[in-house]
Write a protein that binds this ligand. Structure first.
Ligand code: HEC
Length: 277
């Protein structure tokens, strides 16, 4: 499905989606986005907005409640656990690469790694471990493997608060890169992520209300028709619908967008494996 062509934005809505001053740091940007969304949706708390479309749509909300726990979530978590604990030989496993077997690690990703001078997403961290042990890597866009592993690892951080950091100049630069992409118009329809998600959050596009970016990194992977959809997979779907060639799975661009959006969700509890239609 494409976004409806007939949709044209009002000038007022566009003004809301204008980029902030490029010099603003991650924390300023986060506060401004939260304030702008608070003004748009005064009765909704950030934790309500985390529900995505359902925050603005009572019918969708009722359906979400009927689908809690989401069909397929238990199976995805179980499949992910099997991959996570599988021994590579010499007693090593994915679980062994992370502190406490991976418990609560999901709160801190993406994170900037000064040694490799790159942003490390959960996907990259998992593949780094596999690479170190000479194992085949997981495909970031594959729901059955990477999706399932992330369903499991994020389930190990349920109710923990997201606490992604931007403590250094290099990390701030990656955040700024994500912010810039979010505000850049792309694709045949010349939309930016911001023009929809900031300027039009809560408005209906076809039969779905546009989710707010506040809390958007809390509930993934989302379970759709029983299959886990990661944040990066979901971003690629929106790019596709914008008529833009989606950034490749595992690319730096997706990592930057992931970092930007997850930073905006700082302080909110991880509630993964939520149902989406
Ligand atoms: C034309 C409007 C539009 C644009 C542009 C757009 N999106 Fe979306 N996006 C939507 C709609 C509508 C949904 C909800 C679909 C549904 O749940 O049925 C959505 C869903 C999402 C979600 C999932 C939220 C949730 O809780 O379910 C994320 C994350 C997201 N978009 C990120 C992005 C990013 C990043 C970009 C830019 C690369 C982008 N979107 C561009 C309209 C848009």
């Amino acid at each position: 499905m494409r976004f409806p062509d007939r949709l044209r934005f009002a000038a007022a809505a566009l003004a809301l989606a204008l980029p902030l001053a490029a010099s603003a740091g991650a924390e300023d940007v986060r506060n401004q986005v939260i304030a702008q969304q608070k003004e748009r949706h005064p009765s909704l708390a950030p934790s309500d907005l985390a529900a995505g479309s359902a925050a603005f749509d009572p019918e969708r909300q009722a359906e979400a409640e009927r689908n809690r726990p989401a069909p397929g979530a238990a199976e995805a978590i179980e499949a992910g656990k099997r991959i996570w604990t599988r021994k590579f030989g010499k007693g090593k496993s994915l679980a062994g690469c992370f502190p406490n077997g991976g418990r609560r690690i999901a709160t801190a990703y993406p994170q900037y790694d000064p040694r490799v001078k790159r942003l490390v997403t959960l996907e990259t961290a998992i593949n780094q471990c596999l690479k170190t042990h000479g194992q085949p890597l997981l495909e970031a866009a594959d729901p059955q493997t990477m999706g399932a592993v992330l369903a499991y690892v994020r389930s190990l951080a349920v109710a923990q608060k997201i606490s992604v950091r931007a403590g250094s100049a290099a990390a701030e630069q990656r955040f700024e890169e994500g912010r810039r992409l979010y505000y850049t118009r792309m694709g045949q329809q010349n939309y930016s992520c911001a023009s929809c998600h900031l300027g039009h959050s809560g408005n209906f596009f076809g039969n779905a209300a546009v989710p707010s970016p506040v809390g958007t990194a809390t509930q993934w992977p989302w379970l759709r028709e029983g299959r886990p959809v990661t944040l990066q997979m979901r971003i690629r779907e929106c790019l596709d619908r914008m008529g833009a060639a989606p950034f490749p799975a595992g690319s730096d661009e997706l990592a930057h967008l992931d970092y930007f959006l997850t930073y905006l969700s700082n302080g909110l509890a991880i509630r993964p494996n939520a149902w989406r239609p």
